[in-house]
Write a protein that binds this ligand. Structure first.
Ligand code: HEM
Length: 548
């Protein structure tokens, strides 16, 4: 036994000795490894410092605007990816905006072979959009323009003379005040239909899905004016399109367009189809083309029977001056731009306005009081009365300021090298104007995050002009929104009807401040979750009936 015990302790001692031995070897190894790590870290640190010194010297010499740290070839791409993650491409736009706010009114980003200038102050935007509008009104070539812009023949991606001509058409024939005189009965009828549907739902005590309701109003109004009220007759034609076809096309398009991928930021990576986006764009192009061709054929047949235009598409189809004739591709591009560019931006703004009014019951009460005084309870508000409602108008402006639903411009581009203030801007720089940062700039607005329509009341003519570059919800200049007038009319029409005809409140169990203002990412900035509210009719039942 004693022998066994001695052997065991000898073995244990040997084992302990080996352990101690390997532990000390491990310690040596770890110390060696630690030293190596320190050396690598120190070398890395020095490399970063040298690169940063090199970068800032390069910037100083080339007089580029300030910007984040740049790695060789990749530029600031790793910085963005580390903070945003490769998969959440939607968040890239937000991250770029955040970086811009940290670097001042002009920030220069180099991402692989792409140069981007972020403009985030009213003064800098004024220089790009007024003084340098001619230089910066180009668009970088991209897959969205190629597929959804029908080979960049639409409004948003066209350039040069073709773009100039399309914009002239928008101003004089498509989205002019005269067009609204001819086709304004369509949104007015749609507004009454919307009141009827909300009234029906509130009688049943149902919550109202504001987004669904107002998107249907804007979509039907724009489609009616653009494609004619009979556009859904194509359901009877062989291709069997339904209203759902258009809704699905619009929903899918806004989703794909809102996604920025690495290939957008770095054309060198164009061959890689991140998230299968190019495939989706190609497929959407084919579906839109099929849909819009049927409409064009249908309208052309109708025009042969009666030469009188009954919709804006007829205006496009009947341009007879040889110089002015548009190809079918260009017409389809204009229709797609108007539907995709108009429907969501306008409906998202209406939804934001109602969300803010319910969060601020005092403001809602004030708007309703003004309406009761000017319009009264015996008829539904009319167009002419809307211009006599200053507090209501101020509420719409404040919504556009606080919630610019197109938070960043589509990229503008300069084809030749130029300069802005004291900085040099190389040729082919993508210039993105951060409209949201401008509208919420604390240097321009007192308590910028507060919803306060009174900031737009009693403003002198001078401060109204001054305000133009303090908030630019529709952009400005050659690339500014051509549908701004239409959008303003639709916004005011829908909101005036909804506010006069109903009291709005959070649904049961919620308080006004439970209605949050979290934003969705993407090209159009919606409220994150669709707004559901409770509505109570304020007028006599007979006013909610729609004549067939
Ligand atoms: C509240 C509603 C709307 C807002 C906030 C809005 C805002 C904007 C903004 C900020 C731009 C880009 C400006 C830039 O790149 O610098 C834009 C462009 C555009 N918008 Fe709108 N928009 C609205 C409604 C509409 C409507 C109703 C239409 C059509 C009827 C429309 C058609 C377009 C088109 C075609 C462009 C491209 C213009 C070009 O590149 O020349 N938008 N919009």
């Amino acid at each position: 036994m004693a022998h066994l015990h001695t052997r065991l302790s000898e073995e244990a001692e040997a084992w302990i000795a080996t352990g101690v031995d390997s532990f000390s070897r491990w310690q040596e190894y770890a110390a060696g490894f630690g030293r190596a790590t320190y050396i690598v870290a120190a070398l890395g640190f020095f490399a970063v410092v040298i690169l940063e010194l090199h970068n800032s010297r390069k910037r100083r010499l080339s007089k580029l605007p300030p910007g984040p740290f740049q790695w060789p070839y990749l530029g600031s791409l790793p910085n963005l990816l580390l903070t945003v993650g490769v998969t959440s491409s939607f968040r890239l736009r937000e991250k770029v905006s955040e970086l811009g706010r940290n670097h001042g009114p002009l920030m220069f980003l180099q991402i692989a072979d792409t140069q981007i200038l972020i403009v985030s102050s009213g003064t800098a935007a004024k220089e790009v959009l007024i003084a340098r509008d001619e230089e910066f009104n180009f668009r970088p070539q991209c897959a969205v323009g190629k597929y959804l812009g029908f080979g960049s023949s639409d409004i948003a991606f066209a350039e040069g003379r073709h773009h100039w001509y399309l914009r002239k058409l928008c101003d004089t024939r498509l989205f002019s005040a005269d067009s609204f005189v001819s086709y304004g009965h369509i949104p007015r009828a749609e507004a009454l239909k919307m009141l009827h549907s909300v009234w029906e739902a509130s009688k049943k005590g149902n919550g109202i899905s504001v987004r669904e309701t107002v998107t249907a109003f804007v979509r039907n109004s724009l489609c009616g004016m653009l494609l004619g009220s009979a556009h859904l007759d194509i359901e009877n034609v062989s291709l069997q399109f339904t209203e759902k076809t258009l809704i699905t096309l619009l929903d899918e398009t806004i989703c794909v367009v809102g996604e920025i991928t690495l290939s957008d930021l770095a054309p060198g990576l164009k061959r890689v189809d991140f998230h299968g986006r190019t495939r989706k764009l190609k497929e959407l192009h084919e579906r839109w083309e099929k849909y819009l061709r049927v409409i064009l054929e249908d309208r052309s047949h109708r025009l042969e029977k009666s030469a009188k235009p009954e919709a804006l598409v007829d205006v496009l189809l009947s341009l007879d001056d040889a110089d002015m004739k548009l190809s079918n591709e260009a017409i389809m591009g204009v229709l797609l731009d108007t539907l995709v560019g108009g429907v969501y931006s306008t409906s998202a703004t209406i939804e934001w306005a109602l969300a803010e009014l319910v969060r601020h019951p005092g403001v809602l009460e004030k708007v309703q009081l003004e309406m009761s005084e000017v319009v009264g309870p015996y008829h539904i508000v009319e167009d002419a009365e809307i211009s006599q409602l200053p507090y209501f108008q101020a509420t719409v402006k404040e919504t556009l300021r606080l919630h610019p639903v197109v938070p960043m411009s589509l990229p503008h581009m300069n084809k030749v090298a130029t300069s802005i203030s004291r900085y040099q801007i190389p040729a082919n720089t993508s210039v993105v104007i951060d409209y949201k940062a401008i509208a919420r700039d604390p240097a321009a607005w007192h308590k910028p995050l507060r919803f306060d329509p009174s900031r737009f009341l009693h403003t002198s003519a001078a401060s109204q002009i001054d305000n133009i570059f303090k908030f630019l919800p529709f952009g400005y200049g050659r690339r500014g929104c051509p549908g701004a007038n239409f959008a303003a009319v639709l916004l005011q029409l829908a909101l005036a009807h909804l506010i006069q005809a109903f009291d709005w409140a959070p649904t049961k169990g919620q308080l006004p401040h439970d209605i949050d203002v979290k934003e969705s990412p993407g090209l159009v900035c919606f409220r994150f979750s669709p707004l559901v509210l409770s509505s109570t009719p304020r007028l006599a039942n007979s006013l909610y009936q729609v004549s067939p």
